[in-house]
Design a protein around this ligand. Sequence first.
Ligand code: IPE
Ligand code: IPE
Ligand code: MG
Length: 267
Amino acid sequence: MDVTSSRALPGHRPGPRPSGDRPPRLPADRVPRHVAIIMDGNGRWATDRGLPRTDGHEAGARSGWEVVHGAIEAGVTHLSLYAFSTENWGRPQVEVRHIFSALARRVLAAARQRELEEMGVRVRWAGRRSRVPGYVADALGRLEDRTRNNTVLTLTVCVDYGGRSEITEAAAALAKDVYHGRVAAESIDEQCFARYLSVPELPDVDLLIRTAGELRVSNFFPWQATYAELVFLDTLWPDIDRRDLWRAVEIYAARTRTHGRLPGASA
Ligand code: IPE
Ligand code: IPE
Ligand code: MG
């Protein structure tokens, strides 16, 4: 572990692992296309060290960069990170403010944006746009614009995201289109509905990871992750690095996915 406190956080992007660890060698069809992560355990990580919870959120940003690199190296094309939920507004204001400022400084700052560009990352924002602080909303919106032509990895940052809110907003927008005659009610199917979600083009989640030992999905991606393989890790988020992602990918690769059919049947 190379982070002992938030003060020691490196300001650079993580390069290849000095240990020479490599991503798993897997046939392409065993690599999950879309990995989504519930990044949990920042508060406990800080409390365990006698630090304020806010330091845990600072330290957690490093793990975010790690998994972005790890995903690219492993051949994952879509990575979604649950950064702030619709329920997280219920935390003390000072913590909420700090989560947004850590996001702005450690992910959305100009230098960080350039790194994402260089890596070929396309950033998308899933979540409600009206409630997050303006400086965060503006930076996220600009980053989406700036990276729109990148194709190596689509990184969906879930900020003020809640699955029920996403589905309710989609239903309301669809109802409006039906009312105005833009969509025929009888033509509504799953594909049509999905076009109204926060990031319509997101493929289904193949692998859903939650850290910090909690066995919940906490209102994350109810539409997109209906058939995801679930991997729960005990490690607290700030202690996660790309090797943990790779281990989860290996666990995923060893699973048999039948999607309701029988093993061996083709899709
Ligand atoms: C996850 O870590 C980060 C957010 C929810 C923003 P927590 O802050 O939930 O950490 P714990 O679960 O209290 O340890
Ligand atoms: C889920 O973690 C939300 C995010 C990771 C952003 P929480 O720590 O907020 O969820 P609960 O309280 O354990 O369900
Ligand atoms: Mg938590």
